[in-house]
Design a binder for this molecule. Structure first.
Ligand SMILES: [Zn+2]
Length: 165
């Protein structure tokens, strides 16, 4: 598989657990159905399509990526392997909004990995990190004598023209 790129951006404290080429079905606008990359991180399940909606597929050459699905793990209610009478097994995901299925290699391993990642998340009873202290800094603004823009004294330079404040 050429052209498979890791374009996903990780949040602070998040790490990637799994990624694989996959085809999404039954989720979102029909333009987004199709091939892409499925990612599992310690916090989220994501699917990035390699085809941008509204563009002719032949012109895109698989270089545009669109985040079709981005579900925080608590929004993933259930995962299972769905076996149709014909064809390959699918990874069936039940979200709080929507039920996408993925044609992906080894859906059993994905099911186990997602379930484990969900269990490994901090429990909701522990609560999300709550910031009880707000650090307020006094920022002194200085008007640039060349262009008149307001800049922060600590920056030392005008944000507009770059002159020394
Ligand atoms: Zn200036």
């Amino acid at each position: 598989m050429t052209g498979l790129r890791d374009t996903m951006l990780l949040h602070p404290g998040e790490s990637k657990l799994r990624s694989s080429y996959a085809v999404i079905e039954g989720y979102g606008p029909s333009a987004y159905q199709g091939p892409g990359v499925l990612y599992l991180t310690t916090h989220r399940l994501l699917f990035e399509s390699t085809v941008s909606a509204g563009l002719v597929q032949g012109l895109v050459r698989g270089r545009e990526t669109v985040t079709v699905l981005e579900a925080p793990l608590p929004h993933v209610r259930n995962v299972s392997v769905r076996r149709g009478r014909l064809g390959r097994a699918r990874l069936q995901v039940e979200l709080t909004a929507g039920r996408p299925a993925f044609d992906v290699l080894d859906p059993e391993a994905w099911t186990a990995a997602i379930a484990l990642a969900k269990r490994s998340m901090p429990s909701p009873s522990a609560g999300p990190p709550v910031f009880t202290h707000t650090i307020e800094r006094q920022v002194v603004k200085i008007r640039c004598r060349y262009c008149g823009s307001l800049g922060n004294e600590v920056d030392g330079r005008c944000p507009t023209c770059g002159a020394a404040l």
